[in-house]
Every structure is written in structure tokens, then in C-alpha cells.
Design a protein around this ligand. Structure first.
Ligand code: ADP
Length: 433
């Protein structure tokens, strides 16, 4: 293993895996630190669910993951977080970065959330989302971590005692030697973490090159572009062309959508218009027992064998607000997530082997219920979303399914074009189109 990564959520980890795979590396994603050995790969990404948990827990989990990766040979570790720097004044980006630096003996690291391919850029330390300051973007109203300050030097400095500095775009554009000089100057001044400006992919490549000897790098999945290139250029690993299709296990296909985001709504509408059998989960019906995991799974199983059923919970904003007011925001979400996860488990037991799951939290719940522990990364369906294949599962439930082999597309709610649920299948071999 050349490169190890610790990602703070599951779809973020998958997104990072896709970037590393596109960079020519053979990459595997593992859910948490495995009990046994890491799989054979050029890069391993450990997916945690540590973005919004108490900082002390995030620190403990992240340090344990990084130690395991280094013990398995990783010469460099990337701490991966969201390209919109999702965090609060309590953390978790600052505390986790500080703890990892201390554990690794790192004297300077970067913070590089930029991901120009999806419109996240950093200019003079200010993060932009699709051309809008972070603090003017929809992230200002995020339910868990409202981002009201776009100045990342300030944002990060509120989260850590380690002095935070900035390498501005003017220096980045002078190239790798100038960036290394700037790093040395920051070190001499006592700075420990530097925000690096980035406007384009080429900036990520040159920043990556300048960080080749840092034990720890932190950022969004964009920086993987530079880090993967370092591994290839070191000559330790042969460039491997990113897969264009993926062999998929035989079995039926299903779409489970638990995201209420705009992109997922459009994907549901397109799937229905294309004639996919579709059924909506209703929180009220779940609460009264009118709908249960058993009844929903039975509906999916009863659909024609050559059809791809869609089970979705995605409510429009008014319905969602009403449901949340009645049942509680957290409670309603958990009810939906747990039901979809329980349905997925029943379907895996009934011969379903190909799953598209929409929603970050939803994906986490489904993957945990299926007992998936490792994912191999397949072809890109859309920016940030690859097909993946489960490499191993923990035994599920008392009966134990004994490790079903699954093809999984885990889609962050807002990713993918409107035809995602229809067209993604064509990348699987044999095609089920
Ligand atoms: P995204 O990637 O779009 O953020 P997530 O799965 O991470 O999607 O989050 C969506 C959240 O909304 C989940 O917790 C899910 O259970 C919840 N949710 C989905 N549909 C409903 C609904 N109809 N009513 C209440 N909560 C819902």
C-alpha cells in the first residue's frame, strides 16, 4: 500500500476512491478499520462516519484508522473531508488534523478542500461553491453544520490551537519550488496547517507534487489528483487504466432512494417516466405499521423479474417539513434509513445483487445492514459516483447470509444526472439494459 486515506463519511470515501482510481491506482474502500489485514491495493480508503459526531470520537477513530494504514505500509495518509469544509467551531476538521499530526510527527500539513470539477475553489483562503462564497451558498443553511464564514483560515483557526497560514494562488502558480519555499517560510514562522488556494485541476497537481514528502495531507477528494500522480511518478506502481465497465454478480437489481435532494427528485421522476415500477415510503405509514420492511421488500420482490423496482422516501420540501414537525427531524430520518436498510437486507437474502442507493446517510445505513466491509472501485457513473463491488461481508443476522457478492452504486444525494437510475446499469457486465 502506497497511500492510505481516512474519509469522514461513506459517499465521500467512494468519491475519493473514484479520483484515485482515475489517477491510475488500484484502490479499495474499507468500512472502518478491518478486523484482519487490509486487502492488496495501491491505495486504501477507510470510510468512517465521523463528520458530525463528537470531536473526541472522531479523533479516536481517525487516529486508529491512520495508525492501521501506516502499519500496513502507507507512506502517506490523506485525511479526507467534504469539499465544502463541513464542520463547526467544535470540529471535526481541526481536532482530527491536529491529532493526526501529533500522532505522525508531522510539523506542517495542508488543508485543501478545493474540487474544481464540482465547482469548489479557494481564492485567498476563501472557499467558493459554484462561484458563490461558501457563506452565500446553500451550505449556509446546512442542518448540521451551517457554513456562515467563507474564510477558511478563520474557520479552521477557530477549531484548533495550531497556527493556520495561507499559500495564496499567486505562489501556487509559480510552481512546485515556490510552494516548497512558502511551506518552509510558514514552518519557520511556526505555522502548522496551511490553506492552499486552488482554482483549477492543474493547481491540485502542483500542490500534490509539493506535498510528496508530507506524512499527512488533508483535503477534499480533489487533492487525490496530485497524490495519485506522486505515487505513479515514484515508479513504485504501474499506472492502471480506470475500469470502464464492471463484472457484476448475477442477481436482480433495485434502486433504494432515501435522499430528498434536488438531483435525486429529478432521478426519481425520470425513472417513473421511463416505466420503472416505483413505490413511495410514507413516514406516517411506517409509524402506524401500515408499511413495514417486510411489506416493502415483498412489493419489490413481487415486481417482474426483468424490471428494476424503485423504492423511495424522497418527499417534497412541504411534506418533509410536515413529517419532521410531527415525528421529529432526527426520528423521521432514522425511521426511513433503518427501514430502507432492513429492506436491503431482505432483498439481498432474496437474490438481489445489484443496488443503487441514493443518499449519503442512507448509503451508510444500507451498507452497514448488508454487512459490507470492503468495496472494490469500478467505473465512473457520474462525477463522484463509481460502481463498486463488495469484496466481503460480515455475516448478517442470526442465520447469516454468508457473504453475498454485490454490485453497489452509492450516490451522494445531489450527484448524478436525471437519467442516473436508468443508465447506470449499462456499465455492468453482462449488461442488464
Ligand atoms: P443526501 O445525500 O441527499 O444528504 P442522506 O441519505 O444523507 O441524503 O440524507 C437524507 C436524510 O433524510 C436521511 O436521514 C433520510 O432518512 C431522511 N429522509 C428521507 N426521506 C424522508 C422523509 N420522507 N421524511 C423524513 N426524512 C426523510
Amino acid at each position: 500500500m502506497q497511500l492510505g486515506a481516512v474519509a469522514d463519511d461513506i459517499t465521500g470515501a467512494t468519491d475519493l476512491c473514484l479520483m484515485l482510481s482515475r489517477g491510475g491506482l488500484r484502490v479499495v474502500q474499507v468500512m472502518g478499520v478491518p478486523d484482519g489485514e487490509f486487502p492488496e491495493a495501491d491505495a486504501v480508503v477507510v470510510a468512517l462516519k465521523s463528520r458530525s459526531i463528537p470531536a473526541a470520537d472522531a479523533v479516536a477513530q481517525s487516529v486508529a484508522a491512520a495508525r492501521a494504514l501506516r502499519a500496513a505500509g502507507a507512506g502517506q495518509v490523506l485525511f479526507k473531508y467534504c469539499s465544502t469544509f463541513d464542520s463547526t467551531d467544535q470540529g471535526n476538521i481541526g481536532p482530527v488534523t491536529a491529532a493526526l499530526m501529533q500522532d505522525m510527527g508531522s510539523d506542517l500539513t495542508i488543508a485543501c478542500p478545493s474540487f474544481p470539477a464540482v465547482g469548489r475553489t479557494t481564492y485567498l483562503g476563501h472557499l467558493f461553491v459554484q462561484g458563490m462564497l461558501l457563506s452565500d451558498s446553500p451550505l449556509k443553511d446546512h442542518p448540521l453544520n451551517p457554513m456562515r464564514d467563507a474564510n477558511l483560515v478563520r474557520v479552521l483557526q477557530r477549531q484548533t490551537d495550531l497556527p493556520v497560514g495561507l499559500v495564496p494562488i499567486g505562489v501556487i502558480r509559480q510552481g512546485e519550488p515556490a510552494i516548497r519555499v512558502a511551506f518552509a517560510a510558514h514552518r519557520a514562522e511556526g505555522k502548522r496547517i496551511v490553506i492552499v488556494d486552488t482554482l483549477e485541476d492543474d493547481d491540485l497537481r502542483v500542490i500534490g507534487a509539493a506535498c510528496s514528502d508530507m506524512p499527512l495531507v488533508t483535503g477534499g477528494s480533489g487533492i487525490a489528483l496530485g497524490l495519485a500522480a506522486n505515487v505513479i511518478e515514484s515508479g513504485q506502481v504501474a499506472h492502471r487504466a480506470a475500469p470502464r465497465t464492471m463484472a457484476a454478480p448475477a442477481g436482480r437489481s433495485v434502486v433504494l432512494a432515501g435522499s430528498c435532494s434536488v438531483a435525486t427528485h429529478a432521478q426519481i421522476a425520470a425513472a417513473k417516466a421511463a416505466g420503472m415500477p416505483a413505490l413511495a415510503l410514507e413516514v406516517e405509514a411506517l409509524a402506524t405499521g401500515q408499511q413495514t420492511a417486510d411489506s416493502l421488500a415483498a412489493w419489490v420482490i413481487a415486481q417482474p423479474k426483468d424490471a428494476i423496482p424503485l423504492l423511495y422516501s424522497s418527499a417534497d420540501p412541504e411534506t418533509l417539513a410536515a413529517v419532521q414537525a410531527r415525528f421529529g427531524q432526527h426520528e423521521a430520518g432514522v425511521m426511513v434509513e433503518q427501514t430502507l436498510a432492513a429492506v436491503a437486507r431482505r432483498l439481498a437474502g432474496a437474490g438481489f445483487a445489484r443496488f443503487i442507493v441514493a443518499g449519503g446517510e442512507t448509503s451508510g445505513a444500507v451498507v452497514a445492514a448488508l454487512g459490507v466491509t470492503m468495496l472494490e472501485i469500478g467505473p465512473e457513473i457520474a462525477p463522484g459516483v463509481p460502481w463498486t463491488r463488495s469484496l466481503g461481508t460480515r455475516s448478517i443476522g442470526a442465520g447469516g447470509l454468508g457473504g453475498p457478492d454485490l454490485a453497489l452504486a452509492l450516490k451522494s444525494g445531489n450527484f448524478g444526472a436525471a437519467d442516473f437510475f436508468i443508465s447506470a446499469w449499462s456499465l455492468l457486465e453482462p449488461s442488464v439494459a
